[in-house]
Design a protein. Structure first.
Length: 534
């Protein structure tokens, strides 16, 4: 940590000072807003204690959950997780949950921060509530189908895209067509101990024999072997069989629609925008290579973009016989998650929490305990040299989150205080010149002309010094502005928050696993500020 002139590098930036954050993020960070019914329980230890009481009274099929997770881990030959898996069978074990799509190579680094925040919150809860056990669980959004969201990473500012021809649920897509992508990544990483570690992991995890869901599960456990988390893939027939009642309620009766609409109206009353569009039917039909929305038209249920239709009796039979073919959209995914997992708190980004906030009435309708909503930690990574520049030019780190023109204005405004001004010195020279001329006139008036000419040289010297200083300061401003804008580009690559742009490998190749450890040390998901990792 650097400390000088009151500047501390290890800063925490309030959400209110981050213009890239949504209105919901900033609204959420105020304690008075956290007490509103929108959240059921506030995002603090008191709220977690209340949620724990509610969850203790709600029964789930723990053996089904533990058996399913055990099967998934056994198929991937992941060892060392039996304690966490077996603990799920106990009535006093609860989940601290986060959710994410299986982005190729983990996508932007905030995925890692989200998972580490979840692990950190579970650790905090285990200390505060020793009568219970809290297991951090990543709920894998393997059924999502937007390939464009998960098929690329940015590494040292360069975009690398996986040109997969896979379609349908992204978690099912095989890790093929990746050789050129791997080669490009390996060239960028270069040759070093940490780069070689990454190359070996990528080769072993992202093999053509693995699906994307399997690859990300293996990859994360190899990257973070010291942390006691589990990954759960809900794309499973046995899991979906427990969701039949909710599938029928949504598809056959549209029960979700009015409840979510009411929740969104409540949000609007607080001046908040909704994050998801609720429909009369909030399920997709899932096939081997497709995931398409279901609509009710002209007395039949239609799978859009497919020649598949059902009568009412046929879709009832399909739901009961093949619940695994019905995939919830973003509206109903939280219900499936907490119907299966014993979740106490859900850890997510601002967008995720915003779309969870309008689901409270939906959870209540289906008698599922609503979790405490915890904002994941946001992290900014800065090197020592960048921090020194920020200090040198008298900026705050949060200043650099603003537009470039605002930073230039601030820089120039500050440096105007150092503008060249020799007026006082000129007055002194003028007074001295008058005295010298008076004395010369008294002693030898014939030298007055010579003396005046010589004294004028002093004024020309001051003018020359002033001109050179003006040019020097102008150059300093240009150099300084460029330096500070280069720091801004590290903080906001492509004008995006660093955590939403760069892949973790940009930092791992420099620090190895210590990058995760250093990040974990500064995380505190119950303290709603952006953390700065130096």
């Amino acid at each position: 940590m650097i400390e000088s002139q009151g500047f501390t590098a290890n800063l925490q930036i309030p959400f209110s000072e981050i213009p890239q954050f949504s209105d919901f993020d900033k609204w959420y960070a105020y304690p008075e807003n956290q007490k509103l019914l929108l959240f059921e329980n506030p995002p603090n230890l008191e709220g977690i204690a209340n949620a724990l009481k509610a969850r203790k009274e709600y029964q789930i099929d723990r053996n089904l959950l533990a058996d399913t997770v055990a099967e998934q881990y056994q198929s991937l030959k992941i060892d060392g997780k039996s304690n966490e898996i077996d603990s799920l069978r106990a009535e006093n074990t609860f989940a601290i949950t986060c959710a994410h799509q299986p982005n190729v190579f983990t996508g932007p680094v905030f995925f890692i921060y989200k998972l580490l925040s979840t692990i950190k919150l579970a650790e905090q809860c285990n200390k505060v509530f020793p009568e219970a056990k809290f297991v951090p669980i990543l709920y894998l959004g393997s059924e999502d189908h937007d390939v464009a969201e998960i098929n690329h990473i940015h590494l040292f500012g360069k975009r690398i895209e996986w040109p997969t021809s896979g379609t349908g649920a992204v978690g099912r897509i095989p890790c093929t067509e990746l050789e050129d992508v791997k080669e490009e990544i390996y060239k960028i990483l270069g040759d070093s101990v940490h780069a070689d570690e990454l190359k070996a992991l990528i080769d072993s995890c992202y093999s053509p024999d693995n699906t994307l869901a399997e690859a990300i599960t293996l990859f994360l456990h190899h990257l973070l072997p010291q942390y006691p988390f589990l990954i759960f893939n809900p794309d499973d027939e046995k899991i979906k069989s427990h969701f039949i009642d909710i599938i029928e309620a949504d598809i056959l009766k549209s029960e979700s629609y009015p409840l979510v609409m009411e929740g969104q109206e409540q949000m609007a009353g607080y001046g908040l925008k909704t994050q998801a569009y609720v429909r009369p039917i909030n399920f997709f039909y899932l096939g081997p290579n497709f995931r398409e929305r279901i609509e009710y038209l002209d007395g039949k249920y239609h799978v859009l973009n497919r020649d598949i239709t059902f009568t009412i009796d046929e879709i009832k039979a399909e739901i009961k016989g093949h619940p695994e073919r019905f995939s919830p959209n973003v509206i109903l995914r939280p219900l499936l998650q907490d119907l299966i997992l014993p979740t106490i708190a859900f850890v997510g980004g601002g967008g995720e929490l915003a779309y969870w906030a309008d689901r409270r009435l939906l959870f209540k309708h289906f008698n599922i305990p609503f979790p405490v909503l915890i904002r994941r930690d946001s992290v900014l990574v800065l090197d020592q040299n960048s921090l020194k520049k920020i200090e040198k030019f008298h900026f705050k780190i949060s200043d650099l989150l603003h537009e470039e023109h605002e930073i230039k204005t601030k820089f120039i405004t500050f440096n105007e205080a150092k503008s060249v001004d020799f007026e006082a010195e000129r007055e002194i020279i003028k007074e001295l010149s008058i005295k010298i001329l008076q004395k010369t006139g008294e002693l030898d008036p014939s030298l007055n002309k010579f003396t005046g000419a010589e004294l004028n040289q002093f004024h020309k010297i001051i003018d020359n010094i002033e001109a050179k200083l003006v040019r020097s300061l102008k150059n300093q401003n240009e150099v300084g502005i460029n330096q500070i804008l280069n720091v801004r580009r590290k903080i906001l690559p492509d004008d995006q928050l660093q955590e939403r742009h760069e892949n973790f490998m940009s930092y791992y190749v420099l620090k190895g696993k210590s990058f995760f450890e250093e990040a974990y040390d500064i995380l505190n998901p119950l303290d709603f500020k952006m953390k700065v990792l130096v």
